[in-house]
Each structure stands twice: as C-alpha cells, then as structure tokens.
Design a binder for this molecule. Structure first.
Ligand code: NAP
Length: 338
C-alpha cells in the first residue's frame, strides 16, 4: 500500500454532478480538490442521453457533454482527477485516511462524499449469469443490441418509463412489467409511456427467472401475475397467482438505486436503514463526523435529479471551505496560546 506524506485539503469521492459541482466550488476556493472518479465516472447521467430538465438549456443537453463540460469547468480552476474509488475510510482521526481501489492511501483534511447510488437488481433466478448478456440496467448503453426484439423493462417509476421510451427506438415491443397496477412515475413520464403504441404494460406482475445463456443471450422470462397485486406473495402463499413464460430477447432492470456507502459503515457517518447518508439537522451537507460532507443521490433518496445533485455538491464544497477556515483559525489561536 502506498501512502504519500501529502495531506490534501479536500478529496471528493464521486464524479457525478454532485462531485463535479463540489469540485468547481472547491477549486475556485483554491483548495485544489482531488476527485476520485469512482466505479461509474460521470455518475447516473451517463446512463441517459438527452437531459431536458437541467436549467439553462432550452433545447436540452446531451448528458455526456454536460458531464464532460462540468469536469472541464472544474479542471480549469485546478481540480484534479484520479480513476479510483474509496474502499475503506478511517475517519476517526484527522487528517482522514482513505484507502483506494488502487491500493494507495490518501490523507485529507476534509472529505466530500458524492458517491451516488447504483442500480438495484431484482433478485430473479439467473440474473447474475445473464447481467451484460441480454440483461442490463442501462437502456442507453445496451438498447441498440435489441433491434427488433421483444424486451421487458422491470419497474414502475420514472426510470422505468424513461428506459421503456428509449428502448422503443430499437425494440419491436417494450413490455413494462410492474408489480402493482399503478405507476409510481411522474404524470408527464407516465403519459408519454401510456401514449406510446410500442409500449405495453403487464400489471401486478413480477419477474421470477430469466432464461438464456451467456452464449445466446436472453431468450425469455418466467413471470408471475396476480390480479389482486402483491404477486410474489400470493404465489408463495396461496398459489392463486398465474405463473407464465414470456419469449423476449432482453430484460432491463429499472427498479431504483442503492446508495454507494459500504465504505462508510462503522466510520461514524450516520446512515439510514437503506444506507443513505444522513446529514445533521437543518439544511446542511454536514455529516456526524466533523470534516466529512455529503452531496447528491448518496444522501437523497427522493429527488435524485442532476440539478439537485449539483446543488448539494455546491453546498458540500461551501460547507467544507467554511469548516477548513474555522479549523485553521482555531489552530492559529491554539498556537498563539502556547
Ligand atoms: P423509484 O421511483 O424508486 O421507482 C422504482 C420502481 O421499481 C417502483 O415502481 C417500484 O415498485 C419498483 N420496484 C422496486 N423494487 C422492486 C422489485 N424488487 N421488484 C419489482 N419492482 C420493484 O426509482 P426510479 O424510477 O429509479 O426513480 C428514482 C428517482 O429519480 C425518482 O425521484 C424519479 O422521479 C427520479 N427520476 C426522474 C427522471 C425524469 O424526470 N426524467 C428519470 C429517472 C429518475 P413500487 O411502485 O411498487 O414501489
């Protein structure tokens, strides 16, 4: 393990809109932030194409371009980037020590957590075998492999609608499989999907198994439906549910996200039951550990928008800068007293 003597002012874990916006603010405060780009550089935006709801772009903006421009913007003020993730963190003493996926150990005075949240898996039989072989969590990445296919999208939220709409460019028919008979998605997304002739809905239905192999890809799925809802429970409990096979060439998961906070367990940073970082009372990015700040989806189970992530990243950098100033002032005071 390599450890340099250098102690950074600010290290930012994550390079989605939260991490990159934190980097702009920290760099402009002359803190020379190091951004650890993480396992999914650019964050969740890179899983989409056009962004129509980021302010300032009346015609929308290409997601990749938005990420690259933001990255460049922070670099212009002195932000640095490294292709690594934090695997372990010792936040019990300052400077903090961060162990990276590259085997390097970094030391930093302030730490901004902007590691986002990653796509969740359903838990269907065969999913590990077929992930990346016809099963995907990213329509933007893998949709083009499914020209003329029947495809399933699992989920009933905005992500599922977005994935389904995108997949209509390629697939013969997109079948949205939702476990209830009511969508969670926002009205506008719901309406767009409902109005699209290439999208069909399977209500009260859950995925049990995916058929296929790594060689031939996905060939079909085993599903279970119960008109009264809660299909899996009914299937397990009273056998009233209808279990059926469905031929398809692709399955896309869009059932929400899990926050990337494994490395924070036991560090003193408070996490909720699902692993999202909890901040202190009030509108702040401060965590329970002094000097550790948070921004973006990793601390936000509700909004999860590019613009809210950017705003939270901004807050984290401002809070970190103010905290570093306070600590410096305290240290000077203590030196004077000696
Ligand atoms: P979400 O809103 O939490 O929806 C997840 C969906 O997956 C729900 O319909 C849920 O069913 C279903 N689900 C969860 N676990 C499941 C399981 N094990 N098996 C089957 N189905 C399961 O997540 P999201 O769609 O990723 O959206 C997250 C946030 O990002 C939201 O705030 C959303 O508005 C936002 N977002 C916005 C846009 C946009 O504006 N264009 C695009 C993407 C995301 P239930 O409904 O039964 O719980």
């Amino acid at each position: 393990m390599d450890m340099t003597d250098e102690v950074r002012d600010v290290v930012i874990a994550g390079s989605g809109m939260a991490g990159l916006t934190a980097a702009i603010y920290a760099a402009r405060a002359d803190l020379k932030p190091l951004v650890l780009e993480g396992d999914e550089p650019g964050g969740q935006l890179t899983l989409t194409t056009d962004v129509e709801n980021y302010p300032g772009f009346s015609e929308g903006v290409d997601a990749f371009e938005l990420v690259e421009e933001t990255k460049e913007q922070a670099a212009r003020f002195g932000a640095e980037y490294e292709a690594a993730s934090v695997v372990d963190a010792d936040l019990s003493e300052r400077p903090f020590e961060l162990e990276l996926s590259t085997d390097e150990t970094l030391r930093t005075r302030a730490f901004i957590v902007a590691t986002g949240a990653s796509a969740r898996w359903v838990g269907a039989e065969n999913e590990e075998e077929l992930m990346g072989h016809g099963l995907s969590t990213c329509a933007t990445c893998d949709g083009a492999f499914h020209r003329g296919d029947e495809v399933l999208v699992i989920g009933g939220g905005d992500s599922a609608m977005e994935e389904a709409l995108f997949l209509t460019k390629f697939a013969e028919t997109v079948h949205v499989v939702h476990r209830r008979d009511e969508l969670r998605a926002s009205e506008i997304m719901k309406q767009r999907a409902m109005d699209d002739d290439d999208i069909e809905f399977m209500w009260n239905t859950e995925l049990l198994e995916i058929y296929g192999s790594q060689e031939e890809g996905v060939t079909g799925a085993k599903l279970v439906r119960n008109e009264d809802g809660h299909p899996k429970k009914a299937h397990e409990n009273d056998g009233d549910a209808e279990v059926f096979d469905f031929d398809c060439g692709g399955v896309f998961y869009a059932i929400g996200h899990t926050p990337n906070t494994g490395f924070l367990e036991g560090t003193g940073v408070r996490l909720d039951d699902d692993g999202y970082v909890e901040t202190r009372e009030g509108r702040t990015s401060k965590t329970d550990v002094d000097g550790v700040f948070v921004g973006g989806d990793v601390a936000d189970r509700h909004y999860q928008q590019a613009v809210t992530a950017a705003g939270m990243g901004c807050m984290a950098a401002i809070d970190a800068e103010e905290w570093l100033d306070e600590v410096e002032a305290e240290e000077k005071q203590a030196q004077k007293a000696d």
